[in-house]
Design a protein around this ligand. Sequence first.
Ligand code: VAH
Length: 314
Amino acid sequence: MQKEKILVIGASGQIGVELTLALRKIYGNYNVIASDLREENDLLKGTGPYVPLDIMNKEMLHVQVIRQNITQIYLLAAILSATGEKNPNLAWNLNMQGLLNVLDIAKEEHLHKVYWPSSIAVFGPTSPKINCPQQTIIEPTTVYGISKYAGEFWCNYYHHRYGVDVRSLRYPGLISYKSAPGGGTTDYAIEIFQEAIEEKKYECFLAKDTYLPMMYMPDAIRGTIELMESPADKISIRTSYNISSMSFSPEQLASEIKNFIPDFSITYKPDYRQTIATTWPQSIDDSIARNDWNWKPEYDLKKMTKDMIENLSK
Ligand code: VAH
């Protein structure tokens, strides 16, 4: 059985840092090659190999895959919703061509597996707001959502046409403290903790009653690895799985933070990101992920808030 060698693309990003560290614990530090356009994130330094890589340079990527005997690729490099609306063409080109480069190389080099994240941002204003199903009306209105939904169909195509074992999750807004967020609409739920601890106040760029599907990073990382380690015959969705843990509004999050920081205060000044947030569902039905590969979240709002504040206060 050939040894697994994993290439993580976008390893210095919010998800990439934690996914790289988690994969290194499982597969061994030197069997997980971290790569990014940016320089190596400090948390990765000394934990394993790092190579600079531009996902848009398909030839360079192909050389790295062959030279490093890569058997799996985790493609996390993407331009997220808020940044994407400022640079639509760049967001489309990077998110789409980056994925097609990886899928093509996976086909040509017979990679064992590929992971590529989608997002609840694929859903648009015409999708059901509550318990949004896996299959429903899906009409994304952001470039990020359009690129992620189109990408889901490319993953499905490369799986059924060429046998590429590519798997995907529609992540909710992800919350973490280890690395900076990457230009998303849900980033308020990360910034608020830092500001609550340092300034005891936060001006939120979303309205107080903007409910959104959210997830704590440890759940997202565990869910990703559980999906990737499931037997292929358990995977019934080859576009991208709905996955969920909780939904909350800025007002609810602020109230939970006040349980730990009583003199914390929040104000609201919605900006263009409010327009994006209102096109997304408020909650997600992830019953297919629960049935296919036993997905089950472990963090709720209270447990996440406690963990975030304890770790950021260290
Ligand atoms: C964003 N954090 O805000 C990402 C995520 C559901 C939101 O895709 O763009």
